[in-house]
Design a binder for this molecule. Structure first.
Ligand SMILES: [Zn+2]
Length: 393
C-alpha cells in the first residue's frame, strides 16, 4: 500500500483532544501520513517517518473536512424572488416551501439528480467532505420515495423528512397527513433512509404530531433528528431530548430550560447561521450553549428557500461575527461537531484511524476563515485520501 506524507504544514487542526492543544488539537509545523484512505500517523514534521510519497505544504494549513449535518439538496427551482421580497420587508414563514414542492414534483429524475450533483460539487469546492441530505419537497409517497432513491446515490446520511410541512392538498387535514407520513409514506421510504426528521414549529407540526412521526420512524429502524425552535419557542427541543434525537437543529428560540435540557442530554444543538442570515432573523447566542456545556454543530441548511448557501466558510464567518462563536469553536462545530450530530465516528478529525478527509487552506491557519469572510481559501479537498477538488487559481 502506498503511504503519503503531508508535511511542513504551518497549522494542522487535528480535533484530537488527547494532544492537549486546545479544543482543536492544533499543531504547528505538523505532518501526517495517509494510507489506503486513512490517517495512520500524525505528529511534528521533524519527527515524521518516511513514506512512499511526500507533499510539502509549507505556509499552508490543513483542517479536517467540514461535516455538513443539515442540508436539503433534493429540489428543483429556486426562490430568488421570494428572497428579494423578504429583503424588501416581507416576513419568512414555512409556506414558501410549497413553491419548491411544486417545482420538485414537476421535475424529472434526471433534473433532480443533476441538481444534487451540482450542489455536491459546490460543497466539495468549499471543503465539505461529508454531507447529510433530506427529502421533504415531495410530500407524497411517490415523490418522497423518489427523492430518497436519488439521494442515496450521493451520500449515506439520507434523512426522510415527509414531515416538512403539510402539503396544499391536505390543508386543514393535518392529522390525516401525519397518518400518511407515519404509515404508507414511511413504509416506502424507510429502506432508503438512515434518519427520520420533522419540522416541529408554528405552521408545520406541533409537539404531538412531531412525536408521532418520529416515534413511527424509530419503530421502523430510523434514527431521529428534528427541526426545532426555529420560528418560535415551542416544544421541539423538549421533544428532541425526550426521544434521544441525535440533533436538534436551528435552536434559534430557546428558553433557559431548553438549554439545560440539551446540556443534560446527548443531543447535539445544530446551529444554522445561513437561515437567520437569509431570513433576516435574530441570531441565537452560542455563548449560552457553550457556557452550559451543550455540544454544538454548525451546518449550512442549504435549501432554496431560507438558506441557499453551500459554503461552510460563510456559515463560520457569520457564526463568529453574529453568534459569538470563537473561531476555534466555529471550526470545531463545523467539523467534529457535525460528525457528532450525524453520529459518525469515522470523520471530523485528523487522527489515527479516521478517514483521510481533509482540506488544504491557502492560508497560514484556520483563523483566516472567519477573518477573511467571502474569500475562497480552499486550495484542495481530499476524501479518503483522494483529491476531489483542486483550485486552479
Ligand atoms: Zn432544514
Amino acid at each position: 500500500m502506498t503511504t503519503t506524507l503531508f508535511t511542513s504544514i504551518n497549522s494542522l487542526v487535528t480535533n484530537d483532544e488527547s494532544l492537549e492543544k486546545g479544543i482543536l488539537g492544533e499543531l504547528a509545523n505538523a505532518a501526517f501520513i495517509e494510507e489506503s484512505g486513512q490517517i495512520v500517523w500524525v505528529g511534528s514534521s521533524s519527527a515524521s517517518p518516511s513514506a512512499d510519497r511526500e507533499v510539502s505544504l509549507a505556509g499552508k494549513s490543513v483542517i479536517p473536512g467540514f461535516v455538513d449535518s443539515h442540508a436539503h439538496l433534493v429540489f428543483a427551482g429556486d426562490r430568488a424572488l421570494e428572497f428579494e421580497s423578504r429583503m424588501a420587508g416581507s416576513q419568512y414563514g414555512s409556506g414558501g416551501i410549497m413553491t419548491t414542492v411544486k417545482a420538485t414534483r414537476a421535475a424529472t429524475d434526471v433534473e433532480l439528480d443533476q441538481n444534487i450533483a451540482t450542489r455536491a460539487v459546490e460543497l466539495y469546492r468549499g471543503g465539505i467532505t461529508t454531507f447529510e441530505t433530506k427529502s421533504g419537497y415531495g410530500l407524497d409517497v411517490e415523490n418522497e420515495l423518489r427523492s430518497l432513491r436519488l439521494a442515496v446515490e450521493h451520500t449515506e446520511d439520507v434523512t426522510f423528512l415527509g414531515g416538512h410541512v403539510v402539503p396544499e392538498e391536505y390543508l386543514g387535514r393535518t392529522d390525516a397527513y401525519v397518518d400518511l407520513v407515519k404509515g404508507e409514506m414511511l413504509e416506502a421510504c424507510a429502506p432508503y433512509a438512515r434518519w427520520i426528521d420533522v419540522f416541529c414549529d408554528e405552521g408545520a407540526f406541533d409537539y404531538d404530531q412531531s412525536k408521532a412521526i418520529l416515534q413511527a420512524g424509530i419503530a421502523a429502524g430510523l434514527l431521529p433528528r428534528i427541526h426545532a425552535n426555529q420560528l418560535t419557542q415551542g416544544r421541539g427541543v423538549e421533544l428532541a431530548v425526550e426521544l434521544g434525537c441525535a440533533s436538534a437543529d436551528h435552536c434559534t428560540h430557546l428558553s433557559s430550560k431548553d438549554i439545560d435540557l440539551l446540556a443534560g442530554s446527548s443531543t447535539v444543538a445544530t446551529l444554522l447561521p445561513g437561515a437567520e442570515f437569509s431570513t433576516r432573523s435574530i441570531y441565537p447566542d452560542a455563548r449560552r450553549f457553550f457556557d452550559a456545556g451543550v455540544t454544538v454543530a454548525l451546518a449550512t441548511d442549504c435549501n432554496p428557500g431560507s438558506s441557499f448557501t453551500s459554503s461552510m466558510a460563510f456559515c463560520i464567518a457569520v457564526a463568529v461575527r453574529e453568534m459569538h462563536f470563537t473561531p476555534e469553536q466555529a471550526i470545531w462545530s463545523a467539523t467534529l461537531g457535525g460528525a457528532k450530530a450525524l453520529q459518525r465516528e469515522d470523520v471530523g478529525a485528523i487522527a489515527v484511524g479516521k478517514s483521510a478527509d481533509f482540506v488544504v487552506l491557502d492560508a497560514p491557519s484556520f483563523r483566516h476563515i472567519p477573518y477573511r469572510p467571502g474569500v475562497d481559501l480552499v486550495e484542495e479537498t481530499f476524501i479518503s485520501g483522494t483529491s476531489i477538488y483542486r483550485s486552479n487559481k
